[in-house]
Design a protein around this ligand. Sequence first.
Ligand SMILES: [Zn+2]
Length: 223
Amino acid sequence: MEKRFFNIEIFRREMGPLQTNAYIVSTGKVCMVIDPGFPKESVELAEYILERRLEVEYIIATHGHFDHVLGVDKFRERLGYKPKFYIHIDDLSLLATAGDALNRFFGVYVKPPKPDAYLYGGEKFTLNGVVFEIIHTPGHTRGSICIYIESEKIMFTGDTLFRGSIGRYDFPESDENLMRKSLQRIANMDPEIRIFPGHGNESTLNNELEFNGPLRDMLGLIP
Ligand SMILES: [Zn+2]
């Protein structure tokens, strides 16, 4: 699925048994890849990029859950060069055990990728003049982030905010209070922002504030 905006183009590919969304966000001939989560589909994602002669500048994980990170190595292998892989520092232990988690659920082991650099929140990545800002939104996991492109009013929300739902916060690596704070922070942003979640379809912040029951409950909005 391809979508064109004024300055960027977004390609979404669902990956693996949990239908995790990987995104290619391109501006001109350069792109950022978000959450290449499973080896097989990540190879196909790399082929898509090679066919279009795009150059990958950054690979960013929205958090350390296995379905968002385990395709990184195969993706880079097929690509034939090694763009840097970034993840928030608070999800490093989760990343390190991602292969074991996959094994627990699906009986297959994949060695987790090693990050090249850590995120802390507040970083700004530039692609062809378009600025991508990292917003730390802990809750689903300690190191969950959103990636915000202010000039396009677009945000990749990982497993923090979905269309019609919010991310789980009952894992040992989750924190309900942090989740509430992060969702509140998102809710205070421009309601026109279009959100592209880690699973499922895109939406707008406005739409979610109005119709997303779990989000409204979490924020204490009156029905
Ligand atoms: Zn997750």
